[in-house]
Design a protein around this ligand. Structure first.
Ligand code: R2B
Length: 315
């Protein structure tokens, strides 16, 4: 660290609690971020481009994250040099895609906590090697199943629960269960809610709790999977319990690992997802939703882009 870095608290390292990684860095050994397809080391040329990142926005699909990078370029009025498109910054054979729009990094994470967690390890290390600001905000934008809210509603998550209604992400490490608190940043969520609720946005939005499942079918109380060993009364009881006893307004599959890893790294995080169905009414996405899908999927993007635009204007 330079002495200047010590003066600026925002330049503190991420909480990467890994003494082995620290040794690797001290020995100036390169690190292969295999799933991003990048070989990096502290301050190396490859990582310099990530140094000014202030927002990391993640979402399931590559195309949505490309789209969001384009949305951010527009919101921040950033011109891409002529002839240069928005290009994927991941290397060959990568499992994810990653785009940069000024201070915003948009990254795909695939489906489920395990897929997201691999991306998070490598992105956190990448930002650490780049000496990016610890004040960076992580925001997940995605789709989900709503619970008791109209289709197309955007849910901004307050608390995240696992399938046992516990607010932590469980990992099995060296044959033991390790429970990591799944904590989001109330301030970022509140700011997102503020921008989302502006009348000109015209976006139905609620703040509520999220159940993060490790499966799309049985763990989300669907009866239309290849297997189902409960009846429809049990299904209804569970869904009612989610809504009334736990304030759950949506189901998705990544917010546990996302919030727990952000909390562990000491970065602020929020989750903004649009509902494609109401689980109190159906298990499947209605084919008629197809006509609205594009506009609905843009809703979390518009809210997050507005937050970024306003914050960057006040920076
Ligand atoms: C929402 O949509 C996907 C499942 O269809 C999953 O990634 C999620 O959380």
């Amino acid at each position: 660290k330079s002495s200047k870095d010590h003066e600026n608290p925002a330049r503190e390292d991420f909480n990467l609690r890994n003494k082995h990684l620290q040794k690797k860095i001290e020995k100036k050994e390169p690190d292969f971020l295999y799933h991003l397809g990048l070989v990096v080391s502290l301050n190396s040329q490859t990582v310099q481009v990530f140094r000014d990142i202030k927002y990391v926005c993640v979402g399931g699909t590559p195309s949505r994250m490309f789209e969001f990078a384009v949305v951010c370029l527009g919101a921040l009025k950033i011109q891409v040099p002529a002839g240069m498109g928005v290009t994927d910054l991941c290397g060959g054979h990568a499992r994810y895609v990653m785009y940069k729009a000024g201070p915003v990094l948009t990254v795909s994470h695939g489906m489920g906590n395990p897929s997201l967690s691999i991306m998070m390890h490598e992105i956190l290390k990448l930002l650490h090697y780049a000496r990016a600001e610890r004040g960076v905000k992580f925001i997940r934008i995605g789709t989900c199943g709503g619970v008791g809210v109209p289709l197309g509603t955007t849910v901004i998550t307050e608390k995240v629960y696992n399938g046992l209604f516990q607010p932590y992400f469980t990992q099995y490490i060296l044959g033991k269960q390790v429970q990591r608190p799944a904590i989001l940043d109330a301030g970022v969520s509140r700011d997102l809610m503020h921008y989302a609720a502006k009348s000109e946005m015209n976006i139905p939005v609620v703040s509520g709790n999220t159940l993060c499942a490790n499966d799309f079918y049985e763990e989300q109380a669907r009866i239309d999977g290849a297997f189902c060993e409960f009846n429809t009364d049990e299904q209804k009881d569970f869904l009612q319990k989610c809504y009334h006893a736990y304030g759950i307004r949506n189901f998705e599959m990544e917010s546990l690992a996302f919030s727990a890893m952000c909390h562990l790294a000491g970065v602020k995080a929020a989750v903004v997802c649009v509902t494609l169905m109401n689980r109190l009414e159906s298990d499947q996405v209605d084919p008629e939703v197809e006509a609205h899908l594009e506009e609905w999927q843009r809703r979390p993007q518009r809210i997050v882009a507005e937050l970024i635009k306003q914050e960057m204007a006040n920076d």
